[in-house]
Design a protein around this ligand. Structure first.
Ligand SMILES: Nc1ncnc2c1ncn2[C@@H]1O[C@H](COP(=O)(O)OP(=O)(O)OP(=O)(O)O)[C@@H](O)[C@H]1O
Ligand SMILES: [Mg+2]
Length: 131
């Protein structure tokens, strides 16, 4: 299974680093079509992880669990769980996971681990139409 992962510090500049990493992998795998959605998703997930204020490193990974799926994962050392909120019209935050939910058609989730958790988000790979 193609897989790549990267450890990054909990610093604002890690958001751009996470994005560059995921974009580079997708291009390497010939999935340029997923670059825009994946960039938004990894940016939102990495920003959330940075906001936990954890120490050590967060892990950013991208995988192809099946031919039809690209999975983006961001793990951090906080055992608090992500909660999708319904941001009101005047709210200045609370839209990140709703965007992830929309872009993945609900195919995202979280796995609790002894030392924290991993949030994953799946993008569907479109197959070339046969003729
Ligand atoms: N990695 C995480 N660890 C702990 N809590 C999280 C994590 N990701 C999200 N959450 C919780 O879920 C809430 C909703 O996340 P979401 O990304 O939708 O909104 P936000 O980060 O508060 O605002 P925005 O993304 O719009 O700037 C967060 O406020 C936080 O309480
Ligand atoms: Mg957020």
């Amino acid at each position: 299974m193609p897989v790549a992962s990267l450890l990054l510090p909990y610093l604002p500049e890690s958001v751009a680093a996470a994005r560059r990493f995921v974009v580079a992998k997708l291009r390497e795998w010939g999935r340029d079509d997923l670059v825009d959605d994946a960039s938004v998703i990894v940016s939102e997930l990495a920003t959330n992880s940075i906001k936990t204020g954890c120490q050590t490193r967060m892990v950013v990974a991208v995988r192809r669990p099946t031919d039809r799926t690209v999975r983006i994962l961001v793990g951090d050392g906080s055992r608090s769980m992500p909660v999708m909120i319904q941001a009101g019209p005047d709210a200045t935050s609370g839209r990140g996971l709703a965007m992830v939910h929309r872009l993945t058609h609900g195919r995202w989730g979280v796995t609790a681990l002894p030392f924290g958790k991993v949030v994953h988000a799946d993008l569907a790979v479109s197959m070339p139409t046969s003729r």
